[in-house]
Design a protein around this ligand. Sequence first.
Ligand code: SF4
Length: 703
Amino acid sequence: MSASAGGTVDTHCPYCALQCGMGLRPAAGDGGVPDVVERDFPVNKGALCGKGRTAPAVLSPQARLTGPLVRNRASGLLEPAPWADALDRVAEGLLRVRAAHGPDAVGVFGGGGLTNEKAYALGKFARVVLRTSQIDYNGRFCMSSAAAAHSRAFGLDRGLPFPLADIPRTGCVILVGSNLAETMPPALRYFTELKENGGRLIVVDPRRTRTAEHADLHLQPRPGTDLALALGLLHLVVAEGRVDEEFVAERTTGWPEARAAAMTLWPELVERITGVPVPMLREAVEMFCGVPEAMVLTARGPEQQSKGTDTVSAWINLCLATGRAGRPLSGYGCLTGQGNGQGGREHGQKADQLPGYRRLDDPAARAHVAGVWGVDPDDLPGPGRSAYELLDALGRDVRGLLLMGSNPVVSAPRAAHVTERIAALDFLAVCDVVLSETAAMADVVLPVTQWAEETGTTTNLEGRVLLRRRAVDPPEGVRSDLYVLNGLAARLGREKGFPADPEEVFDELRRASAGGPADYSGITYRRIEAEDGVFWPCPEPAAGRAAAHPGTPRLFLDRFATPDGRARFVPVLHRPAAEEPDGDFPLYLTTGRVLAQYQSGAQTRRVAELNAAAPGPFVQLHPRLAERIGVADGDPVAVTSRRGRAVAPARVDRAIRPDTVFMPFHWAGEGRANTLTNPALDPTSRMPEFKVCAVRVERAEPR
Ligand code: SF4
């Protein structure tokens, strides 16, 4: 453990994928929460947003669970119980479901905030102990479309294939569907430095967000039309003779088909589809192509669509056609959202993957991982349902669920339906820090340690593996998720193989990942501490070679990770959103996050300072729309989609298109935005269409 003078422990923020470094100084008296102190970590250079600064508030016993809760079968109420009884009840509940309905009737749902060790142990627990194929996690709702597009183009998915520090040194960035000024504010400095260095910033977003205010050019397309926008830019690149023919010939495959697909849309048609005027399209191409190096970065806007994978592919095609990939200071990257959104998808809690980013349907991968786990490869289940499909199957094919680090009652699409499915389960166990809306429905709630109370690794959006260090002791009645898996495995017949010590788990993870796409085998806790993070892939050196692998901050400079070393164009065509506005539901709804809250709000809604800054949901709508429905700022507005109705105060704002309303999704209750969202799934990534659905809005009666 790294501790500096005065007992301050260096660690990382529990929230977003930036994983800002911070120091924690023990509280002066007994029972207080530690103070956050500045720490010169390369990613954030001491800066923190309000969420990070106030994160210790959730360590307070008043803000969180401090002992297990078990539902009394007679009264139906959750009541305190000893740990041994609570674990017995979970084991009994899971076994009962398995005995009655088979192993695949037991589901496991993880989270993108879990450390690498927990994600790894959870995947192993599902496949080795429960022997179920039914495991997926909420990261499916985060960056899965970008991951799928990244893999099919480059043969490997790492959110950013270059460090954030490269951004200020490039010539132009197209930032698509990211409001990072609110979601990860310390990252904004990379873009302001880009501009100070003479670089240009193009922001694509249906809203004029705080991020868009920094743009040299803001393209404001209709929700769900990013794919057409990217095709339109590529069409202009071709028409204006700006294709990097040499790069395309030497380092890519599939250009003729991708070119033909792009030529199906011409600029005037793109303007009609997207609402972005042709002169702005031309200006964007001039900015992007007029510099030697450039990048495209995407986030949830283009990704959380029923065509999210193809949309990201369209942006990647633009990079490839202009030679902006696999070269210094150029490339495509995804700004992952959740704290361990990157590592969480690499170590086996995804329905189709094994640790090290190996494919579950690859016989060689199964043999390798089964060898590390000491099981027969034939005993490993195959791929299971994706996150929404798993939630949709609850109470039907999947009758028992172990849920760790997720709150789908608030965060899943079509949330009222998902809540009904959860209620229909025969058995639900939830491991969480707080009594979230989902935990409140459980048969057993297991209170687990959080970031500052446990040591473990995360992998930030750059692919930099970090060490969160234990800085304080948890409350007496709280245990780690690894302790839970250890206790459950023992009760289900596996005494060995599930250590509660995180470093022991990490060492096994390293072996399981060795030789895989996300190779962590050369990374140790000691190295991470000494180097303040190590970029994967980082293989262990071959026996007899003294030098350690340095890690890989920049990918693809020599070759892409495809069998022939070339990047693959994927021809994609424009298609509308799964649900477009019509006579009954004439407006677009898009959803997102605000500065002072994080994801489902389970933690941040318990922090007084954050609640004061963002106390509840709202409906952002244009003044023209507000006038049409007779609504003034602050009036209650009802938003209705084919899936339900939500009510929240109006926020009348010229920053949004007149045909679109926006709601943040951090809250439960009548203002729950995900009551409205559409679970239409991307055919490749199985990402739901959070970012666009059709709604109508009207003034609601004041309560
Ligand atoms: Fe934490 Fe993200 Fe804020 Fe940094 S930007 S302090 S990681 S929430």
